[in-house]
Design a protein around this ligand. Structure first.
Ligand SMILES: [Zn+2]
Length: 83
């Protein structure tokens, strides 16, 4: 499965271990980036098992970018995967 940036409506391809494309990733505040790395588990993109903490961190980041870009944030994938 191809992997792309998790920002809403962004279709830039990224390596699976990268949460967002460079541009979006570096527009997140540092504490948000740290929180995503802290809660990320290698392999979660393959088995779709994410932690509640990761889901919260990811949703916060997606909402942050969407608000900045004036979009409706799409966090449905996290709501679907949330344990
Ligand atoms: Zn992006």
């Amino acid at each position: 499965m191809s992997h792309h940036c998790h920002a809403t409506d962004c279709r830039v391809s990224t390596p699976p271990e990268m949460f967002m494309c460079r541009r979006h990733w570096f527009s997140l505040p540092k504490p948000m980036r740290d929180e995503i790395w802290r809660t990320y588990r290698p392999g979660q993109c393959d088995d779709w098992q994410i932690s509640k903490a990761y889901s919260e961190a990811a949703k916060a980041a997606v909402r942050f970018i969407a608000a900045k870009e004036g979009r409706e944030p799409d966090v449905s994938v996290y709501e679907m995967l949330e344990p």
